[in-house]
Design a protein around this ligand. Sequence first.
Ligand SMILES: C[S@@+](CC[C@H](N)C(=O)[O-])C[C@H]1O[C@@H](n2cnc3c(N)ncnc32)[C@H](O)[C@@H]1O
Length: 375
Amino acid sequence: MVYTAQHEMLARQTPDETAQQRFVLALKRHVMISMRPGVGLAYAKQAEPAYLAEHGRPPADRAEAEEALDSSSHYRFTKAINRISQEMMWQAVGETVYREKDRLETAAGRLTDVAAAKGSLSLDPSLQPEQIYNDCFIHLQPEGYLPADPKGTSIIAGAFYESGGRLYSMGRGMGQEDSKAGAVIKWLEEVRPGWRPKRILDMGCSAGSASTAYAEHFPDAEIHACDLGSSMLRYAHARAESMGAPVHFHQADAARTKFPDGHFDLIVSHNLLHEISGDTRRGVAAESLRLLAPGGICVHQDVDLLFRGKAAWEEAERAYDLHFNNEPFWLEYATSDLTSELTAAGFPQQAVNEAKVKKVAGPGHWYAFTAVKPE
Ligand SMILES: C[S@@+](CC[C@H](N)C(=O)[O-])C[C@H]1O[C@@H](n2cnc3c(N)ncnc32)[C@H](O)[C@@H]1O
């Protein structure tokens, strides 16, 4: 594997593990590039005619289109291979992560020694994340986002997130770089040339790959990041330290942080929206307004998944992740309207926007909801 950001916390593969991961990557690419695009044809040629013959009308909504699609052998085979490739990905990554676990825990202990660290880690054992994150391991990540951390040394959630995420994103043909923060930074340069935010918050930071990108791009800014679990955050903190990036990590619910009012000039989230409930998403909108300083901006970026304007069969195909990839909030996001929610939270309507943010490391774009707090 060729990774762009090299650092001490990255689980290192043996040549055998690299070969195993390359195989998974090839399989994932085959699913994304050769199999999934054929689903539309399978719908038009097989699924819809079969449904029409049985019901005397075409499928009227997503649920009916899902039923119709299931009559297509191409669709059933595609989703089976898709699921298997995801399981294989975590197995392959797990070989490396579990073999490297002791080294990574030791490295994290050394890197985060408070005397030397540039950033910090504030844990809040009283935080009670929604139970779903314990019951449902999102996108099948082994041990989930909130693994047990009895000794206070776990880094496993972050190690899995970073190694799995890199393999997964390449499988989706997005290029090899962590492009989300880079894309938003480039977009910010276009809409606010020369702007230097003083304080930045990265909501739902996971392993902190975006947080460190902001720290590198805005070296004079104070960077904060929050997420739910200690294992994820300990990895993120150690990772940032190993890269020399001063980031302050906090165990906090993005919808209910303990930062003071007006504390941040820039609030970002990357791929958080599709992994939270509607209530939390509305909470994130309200918290963004509360936390922004006058003139500050929030940029909530996510995948371009929204159902608007999509045909029933496309909605059905996109529901794959809800049913087979443990993404419990996938459809809740796809049918959401954060623009209205930001306005309902109190941002003036003219201050709220949606942007297609061009990817920097591959074709296509990300979707972003942005809002500016009035001066
Ligand atoms: C898809 S990952 C985000 C990826 C990350 N921002 C990046 O750029 O690599 C979603 C993250 O959001 C976190 N999360 C979910 N609900 C949250 C909440 N209410 N507050 C803070 N973090 C949350 C999860 O623990 C998970 O680490």
